[in-house]
Design a protein around this ligand. Structure first.
Ligand SMILES: *Cc1c(COP(=O)(O)O)cnc(C)c1O
Length: 380
């Protein structure tokens, strides 16, 4: 079955008890056993829950994975996957990794003796030079947050494997509709389902998928042992969001392309970052490994002050953290989502504006930006 069909049906047979077409929210902590240890696969909801099972099966299928493991947040997924690493071992990350991941690696794991190296996207062509015998994981985002850098996933997987490491891809920005890293050689995919997969800015969630049996067993063990599990209602919200993922992503991509092209033509915008623009350094790779270029666009305002002014003037683009919902958002990463990277070697530029382009009418979105940029331009 095709992606769109699996997004609606996979893991979601009619409820055997009632025929309910939609997977019920199994809001229960425990399950009655017929005799000691005799149950239908469910004994306690931290370990397993039918609504979570439906989500795990559906999303695993969309990522072309045998195994899917759901978490309470994207960072819940990240911290659980990081437990595959022991102190003294090394994780090599793309330098402009999500700010919350950087906060975790630098302030939680590094003090415990884990080793982290941050490699700029432009140096990924020489990734092997950055890997040694201690390297356990190569960790990338593509496109990355917030610089929209693109990494050749197949090449990164080959380099990681040659060094005896595994490749983890945070696929939050692309979603499996646009890009399936496991098909390109990655070992684990992680997601913040808070973003496009949920799609409606009403849930926090995370996910990991893999085709490696040993890794899957370890991650299921860590899921129940560390306990960063999602509640049944949150799983249900993500399942519901996924049903329209394909349609929403098509529109996100159309609108983001329109906005990026429009921004790129403006003389008062110094630089636009969108992998769909032919001038983007990762355009050719993105065109090869993605179905389309996604809904995120970043650009440089003239100064940090004008960045702050612009994000205060848009009306449809609402000033907020997060991304991937149907409504458009605008933010200044250096002061909001990526504030934790301020003192890092690869901080987000202070005049960078990040757009999560929603699925409203593109003309309305452009008019909104036009107003904000024009009025700031006049005062500058
Ligand atoms: C938001 C985000 C995360 C963290 O997810 P939460 O659901 O907020 O915990 C991780 N990676 C990327 C790329 C993100 O955008």
């Amino acid at each position: 079955m095709d992606f769109e069909t699996r997004a609606i049906h996979e893991g979601q047979e009619a409820d055997p008890a009632t025929g309910a077409i939609i997977t019920p929210i199994y809001q229960t902590s425990t399950y009655v056993q017929e005799a000691v240890g005799e149950h239908k696969g469910y004994d306690y909801s931290r370990v397993n829950n039918p609504t979570r099972t439906a989500l795990q099966r559906c999303l695993a299928s969309l990522e072309s994975a045998d195994h899917g493991i759901a978490f309470s947040s994207g960072l819940g997924a990240v911290t659980t996957v990081m437990h595959l690493v022991d102190p003294g071992q090394r994780v090599v990350l793309i330098a402009d990794v999500y700010g919350g991941v950087y906060r975790m690696t630098s302030q939680v794991y590094e003090p415990k003796g884990y080793l982290f190296d941050y490699v700029p996207a432009a140096e990924f062509a020489n990734l092997s030079d950055h890997l040694d015998d201690d390297t356990r994981i190569v960790w990338i985002e593509s496109p990355s947050n917030p610089m929209l850098n693109v990494v050749d996933i197949r090449a990164a997987a080959d380099a990681a494997h040659a060094a005896g490491a595994i490749l983890v891809v945070d696929n939050t920005f692309a979603t499996p509709y646009l890009q399936r890293p496991l098909e390109l050689g990655a070992d684990i995919v992680v997601h913040s389902t808070t973003k496009y997969l949920g799609g409606h800015s009403d849930v926090i969630g995370g996910f990991a998928a893999t085709n490696d049996h040993t890794i899957a067993e370890r991650l299921f063990f860590l899921q129940k042992s560390l306990g960063a599990v999602p509640g049944p209602f949150d799983c249900w919200l993500v399942l519901r969001g996924i049903k329209t993922l394909a349609l929403r992503m098509q529109r996100h991509c159309e609108n983001a392309t329109a906005v990026a092209v429009w921004l790129d033509r403006r003389p008062d915008v110094e630089q636009v970052y969108y992998p769909g623009l032919p001038t983007h350094p990762g355009h050719a790779i993105a065109a090869r490994q993605m179905r389309d270029f996604g809904g995120m666009v970043s650009f440089l305002a003239a100064s940090p002050a004008s960045a702050a002014e612009i994000v205060g003037r848009t009306k449809l683009f609402q000033l907020a953290e997060s991304l991937g919902g149907v409504e458009s958002l605008i933010e200044v990463p250096a002061r909001m989502t990526h504030a934790a990277t301020a003192t890092a070697p690869f901080a987000a530029p202070p005049n960078l504006i990040r757009l999560s382009v929603g699925i409203e009418a593109a003309e309305d979105l452009i008019e909104d930006l036009e107003f904000a940029l024009a009025t700031v331009g006049v005062r500058a």
